[in-house]
Design a protein. Structure first.
Length: 418
């Protein structure tokens, strides 16, 4: 879920215990995955599973790099790694550790460590390098950085995972390779949950004051309700005049223009100057980082209340940007339609709702990249920075290709038109 954490940053190192890790993996497979919060009926592993198993048997280092489109991804990855025999440490947002002392303690013993997503976290980087360097466990990093709920399309990967991989490989030298494994995660409905999806969308429509028309084309109705909710949010924050209408024009252009309005307003308030006005994601990352720096600093307590209002607007902009692609329109499957309704509901109410129905997880493992060999070809002449960017794009493309391959041969109900 896209959100800010008010608490000052606190680093939580991984303290993996083989007993706790085994207990968590067993509980995850038996109760958590099939339980009401995830409703995963089955996990199908495709692709280079045997190659990954062999790397694990040889005791060589593995960095798993999956997409992160659902709230069930860490649990699915944990079960996949149990089946492969490749237990892993995880990089996780630090606010997750603050939700409860017992759960935080268990997470650390299960191999998770914290990261400050809004800042430069040297402690987290050192922790990641320590575990990937030791070779005792694999390492799992979700380079999208947030749950964006567009399961068929990756959000551009951040470069942190690739940077850590390249740095770790340089430290280890050519004789001890790190294997980077792109992982494509896809969750697909196995039952007809259309009535439940319509019911939730009708509840959202009531907030617009216009109601829900079940006789209208489903995609058009979803688009109309989304536009109305966007207009309502923008008007409440002063970014849209009462008489101004955003129901005309191409949806993508309307959404991007709306994000630009909010970003420009925040930049003016905060005294920030964007390097590239067209790169909305980068502008919002800088805005969020600045807000987080203020809100997590006890010495700036006098500014916290103002920064809290800025945070609300920044999150609104990030959420709007998440819709700025023709995701449902280009392929209105049950899966895409349902997750867009879920995303709308979550963005409005700030809470995660349980899945509509049972789902299968299809996990496609891409061919492992032997980083020692890859770097020989991509870091000649001191091009380390270029290598980080190149590795990021290579893994991102591999994950997207894996999702495309899964969707080409998905016989489940979720792949059918809504």
């Amino acid at each position: 879920m896209l959100d800010f954490c008010d608490a000052p940053y606190q680093f939580f190192p991984a303290r993996p215990s083989l007993f706790i890790m085994s207990l968590c993996r067993w509980s995850n497979a038996r109760w958590i995955l099939p339980g009401p919060n995830h409703r995963i009926r089955n996990i199908e592993i495709q692709g280079a599973a045997e190659a990954v198993r062999e790397i694990g048997k040889r005791g060589e280092r593995i960095l798993f790099v999956p997409n992160h489109s659902t709230h069930s991804d860490p649990q699915v990855m944990t079960e996949v790694q149990r089946r492969l025999g490749t237990p892993s440490c995880y990089m996780a947002a630090y606010d997750v550790f603050l939700r409860g002392k017992i759960s935080g303690w268990l997470m650390q013993r299960a191999g998770a460590f914290s990261v400050d997503r809004e800042g430069s976290d040297r402690k987290s980087m050192a922790e990641a390098l320590k575990w990937i360097g030791s070779g005792r466990f694999g390492l799992t990093i979700f380079p999208e950085g947030n749950v964006y709920m567009t399961n068929d399309r990756v959000t551009p990967f951040l470069e942190g995972a690739a940077f850590l991989a390249v740095k770790g490989q340089k430290d280890l030298g050519e004789g001890r390779p790190i294997h980077v494994v792109p992982v494509s995660l896809k969750l697909s409905h196995v039952a007809d949950v259309r009535p439940l999806v319509r019911e939730r969308l009708a509840g959202l429509a009531e907030l617009t004051g216009e109601g829900f028309d079940p006789e209208t084309d489903a995609v058009k109705e979803l688009t109309r309700i989304g536009r109305e909710l966007l207009a309502k949010n923008l008007r409440q924050r002063g970014y849209l005049r009462p008489d101004e209408d955003i129901n005309e024009g191409h949806l993508t252009e309307v959404l991007r223009e709306s994000v630009d309005r909010v970003a420009e307003g925040l930049e003016n308030k905060m005294g920030l100057e964007p390097k590239n006005r067209e790169d909305l994601a980068d502008r919002l990352r800088k805005i969020r980082a600045t807000i987080h720096q203020i809100r997590s600093d006890p010495e700036k307590e006098a500014e916290h209340r103002v920064a809290s209002g800025w945070a609300d607007e920044a999150i609104l902009a990030m959420r709007i940007l998440g819709y700025a692609t023709p995701y449902v329109v280009e392929n209105p499957t049950l899966d895409r339609y349902a997750e867009t309704v879920e995303k709308l509901h979550e963005d409005l109410f700030g809470r995660w709702e349980r899945p509509f129905g049972p789902r299968d997880a299809i996990v496609r493992l891409g061919e492992p990249i032997n980083l020692a060999e890859w770097m020989q070809e991509n870091t000649a002449g001191g091009k380390a920075r270029k290598a980080v960017n190149g590795l990021t794009r290579a893994v991102e493309n591999a994950v997207q290709s894996g999702l495309d391959a899964i969707n080409e041969d998905n016989p489940r109900e979720g792949a059918r038109p809504f």
